[in-house]
Design a protein. Structure first.
Length: 363
């Protein structure tokens, strides 16, 4: 159970939220682009790979295996730049960034949740910089004042083991996970996991407390097993220890690549259902960074077609740069229905979300 002290700490060092768009429409609408005053944004120039040298220190909430291919590709393009990686949880790294504001140790922070970076930006942790090409990103995935930019998008899905679940009994909604027929047969990430926290926050904004609380209490009553992270969830479903799992979509593809006989459901697509929840990764350059030129080159690389292609091909994620192809087998988001969530309003109500997590006693 999350203590009040931990709640306050979480609120201070991060706001985590699922970003979602499109409402109940059958097709995904292209978001309006926010006009960014040119005076507020450093002038973009194509960096010379020979001129950029030194090192860049990266704090990453993404695990090392998921970010390392991108680091390797950047190093190949900028051989004179040494990338030093510090990987950890979003909350640990966000707290470190706050503590280090008077003497910044990191140059760049990458988070697995959009509102972690928003919270830090509000506390003055990041410098203003719009990476080259990021103006093509959907407006809700980049900061209006250029202190951060989104990197990739991911969807919340249900995975299942095909060896032990019949096609005709599959759930179509996240609310089906409270059905007694699945009692003791579902795995999910627990209350300390950013993806799960984000989904609860979005549901709380969209559905309010009563319905969200009923869903959480239904999961607990249905003997859902809550793991620390999604890797444990996907592996447990893959081996048949559990029939169903609630994860981000790319965990399905990672488990499938390991040879497991699993399937995936993009839930709540019927007209009378809430729609698909999604969230995003993001990055920002730390204010006072010691290696600004290398940090800007690195951020430019992350949002470039080459960097976005790596995220798509290596991690099965949804690139934010238009025109970058998805990894073969990844379901396009075009045509899916999305949960109608106001991300700003949801962030403001974040304290109530964690109060709710504590009230229900989510493990």
């Amino acid at each position: 159970m999350i203590s009040k002290i931990k709640l306050i700490s979480f609120l201070f060092m991060m706001l985590i939220m699922i970003s979602a768009c499109g409402g109940g429409n059958a097709t995904q609408a292209e978001p309006a682009q926010t006009e960014i005053p040119s005076a507020a944004v450093p002038v973009q120039t194509e960096p010379s790979t020979e001129e950029i040298s030194g090192e860049v220190i990266l704090y990453s909430g993404r695990s090392e295996p998921l970010i390392q291919p991108v680091l390797d590709a950047f190093k190949a393009k900028y051989p004179n730049v040494n990338v030093l990686l510090k990987a950890g949880s979003n909350s640990e790294l966000a707290n470190a960034l706050i503590e280090e504001r008077s003497n910044p140790q990191a140059d760049i922070f990458i988070t697995t949740e959009l509102f972690t970076v928003q919270s830090l930006a509000a506390q003055g942790v990041f410098d203003k910089y719009l990476p080259a090409g990021a103006e093509q990103f959907p407006a809700e995935f980049r900061s209006e004042n250029t202190t951060w930019t989104g990197l990739t998008r991911r969807a919340r899905v249900i995975i299942y083991n095909k060896d032990i679940v019949e096609e005709n009994e599959l759930p179509s909604s996240i609310f089906d996970l409270t059905d007694e027929k699945w009692k003791g047969q579902i795995a999910a990430a627990g209350s300390t996991n950013g993806g799960m926290q984000a989904q609860i926050a979005a549901m709380h904004q969209l559905l309010r407390e009563e319905e969200t609380r009923a869903w959480l209490e239904g999961l607990i009553a249905n003997d859902v097993t809550f793991f620390k992270g999604h890797t444990d969830v996907r592996k447990a479903v893959g081996t048949g220890e559990f029939k169903l799992g609630l994860v981000n979509h790319y965990y399905y593809h990672l488990q499938l690549a390991e040879g497991s006989n699993i399937g995936v459901i993009y839930p709540d697509q019927n007209e009378d259902q809430v729609g698909l929840f999604t969230n995003a990764t993001a990055a920002g350059i730390v204010k006072g960074a010691k290696n600004v030129a290398a940090a800007r080159a690195f951020l430019d690389f992350l949002v470039s077609s080459e960097g976005q292609k790596l995220f798509a091909e290596q991690n099965y994620e949804y690139p934010l740069l238009p025109g970058v192809a998805l990894k073969e087998g990844v379901l396009p988001l075009d045509g899916l229905r999305f949960a109608d969530v106001d991300v700003v309003k949801a962030a403001l109500d974040f304290e109530s979300t964690f109060d709710l997590i504590e009230k229900v006693g989510l493990p």
